[in-house]
Write a protein that binds this ligand. Structure first.
Ligand code: SAH
Ligand code: SF4
Ligand code: F3S
Length: 438
């Protein structure tokens, strides 16, 4: 029996990193590591990083710096950098940060145990390959227990879209889909461990295709698994919403009425400069078709303000698109120039102007979010309870629309679905009463 060591993982960025962190923890688990929430007691600290905006990437370096006293106190503490900054910067991280012992990219983390052995022999390995072998074939089976009844499942990786602002095609590589048989097996094993709600993940998830078909076919196959109650997917590109996937929103009861469909801007000039390959009108027509299939669907999006060349008129077009769609929630970001991307060559919008637009956009999006939440009051929803709430006697879960819902109820309901009447809306969640216990 190997001696138990402690692993602390900090995850930055998107849900795909959350999934990867779990898989890395499992890979290290097979080597005798157990995870800890306390960095100070760890034998290894792994930072699973994000490169999407400059601030996110720079935070990693300041966080590594903050680990210095820990490493000085305990020189045998190992520090690893994983994820998209690892992929983008590679060996440069070792040069800049002498504290770091290893650097591993998002496609090679199944090699972590071997890299740790090399570290044990005094090496500082870097692996940012896109290896021919599939990392998923080399990871240990997913152990139980998992964290609650909702899980992520990566089905697709990489992106071929090359939006002019985005580093993802460089950090995650070309689009690759996992075989449907593997995904179905992983889903079945998650369900056996108590999972009821699976979110399928991909950098461009609706580009998924395997020998059994596209994402719609995969969703229908997953829906046939007994005990799996809810399916979601993220993140989608508007141009990959095909007829079958739109139809699935009307025809597959387990596919939840929630869709993250980033549009980035409402101005055709900017969409073209971003290389999004669709117009605002294309997007609005797509929204109409999705709503025709599933009228109650809750839509969310991402927006970038201050993209190079964005005028006040372009910004007004984005506001008009938001008003036309009516989002349940949306993320908005100030454009960040990323090295190596085409947009980084263009002159920036003045920072104060971009800040001002970001604040105006966020005010509009917050108002829409509140309005959608207020409209839920009085309605009945189905909640999958995930964990005890913040207040004693409370439990909390997610509605089909992915709203967080708090109720006062028996903790034994955690892991189950129940009908709930919504009685109140707070800024980021809803409260309600359970109508019938299962
Ligand atoms: N694959 C997804 C998400 C990619 S990254 C998609 O295509 O929608 C998540 C979000 O970060 C993007 O939707 C975009 O809004 C934002 N983003 C990406 N690059 C950015 C940059 N250089 N500056 C600011 N925001 C950016
Ligand atoms: Fe980035 Fe565009 Fe690909 Fe999304 S679709 S990951 S924004 S390049
Ligand atoms: Fe960030 Fe990489 Fe995800 S850059 S958003 S962690 S794909």
């Amino acid at each position: 029996m190997t001696e138990q060591k402690k692993l602390f993982i900090k995850t930055y960025g998107c849900q795909m990193n959350v999934y990867d962190s779990e898989r890395m923890a499992e890979a290290m688990g097979a080597e005798g590591y157990v995870t800890t929430e306390i960095a100070e007691e760890a034998d290894m600290v792994l930072l699973n990083t994000c490169h999407i905006r400059e601030k996110a990437a720079e935070k990693v370096f300041s966080d590594i710096g903050r680990l210095r006293p820990l490493k000085l106190a305990r020189p045998d503490l190992k520090i690893g950098v994983a994820g998209c900054v690892a992929q983008a910067e590679g060996a440069e991280i070792l040069r800049r940060m002498p504290l770091v012992d290893l650097v591993v990219g998002p496609q090679s983390y199944h090699r972590l145990p071997a890299m740790m052995q090399a570290v044990g022999q005094g090496a500082r390995p870097v692996d940012t390959d896109f290896p021919a072998e599939d990392k998923f074939d080399h990871l240990p089976d997913r152990p139980s227990p998992l964290r609650g009844p909702s899980a992520f499942l990566t089905v697709q990786e990489g992106c071929d879209k090359f939006c002019a602002f985005c580093v993802v095609p460089y950090t995650r590589g070309a689009e690759v889909s996992r075989p449907a048989t593997r995904i179905l097996a992983e889903a079945r094993s998650l369900v056996e461990k108590g999972v009821r709600d699976i979110t399928l993940l991909g950098q461009n998830v609706n580009a998924y295709h395997s020998d059994t078909g596209g994402l719609a076919a995969l969703i229908h196959d997953l829906a046939a698994i007994d005990g799996l109650e809810r399916i979601r997917y993220t993140t989608s590109h508007p141009n990959d919403m095909d007829d079958a996937l739109i139809a699935a929103h009307g025809g597959c009861a387990k596919l939840m009425p929630y869709l993250h469909l980033p549009v980035q801007s409402g101005a055709d000039r900017i969409l073209k400069a971003m290389n999004r390959k669709h117009t605002a009108e294309d997007y609005l027509r797509l929204v109409d078709r999705i709503r025709a299939a599933r009228p109650d669907i809750l839509l969310t999006s991402d927006f970038i303000v201050g993209f190079p060349g964005e005028t006040e008129e372009d910004f007004a077009a984005t506001v008009a698109l938001i008003e036309a769609v009516g989002y349940g929630m949306a993320y908005s970001f100030k454009y960040s120039a990323r090295p190596g991307t085409p947009a980084a060559e263009k002159p920036m919008v003045e920072a104060a102007l971009a800040d001002d637009r970001l604040h105006r956009l966020q005010a509009i999006l917050t108002r829409q979010q509140r309005q959608v939440q207020e409209e839920m009051v009085g309605r009945e929803v189905t909640v999958l309870f995930e964990k005890p709430g913040r207040m004693p006697g409370q439990i909390t879960g997610k509605s089909e629309y992915l709203h967080a819902v708090h109720v006062t109820a028996d903790p034994s309901l955690v892991g189950t679905l129940a009908r709930v009447r919504i009685t109140g809306a707070e800024s980021n969640s809803l409260s309600g009463v359970v109508l019938v216990s299962p």
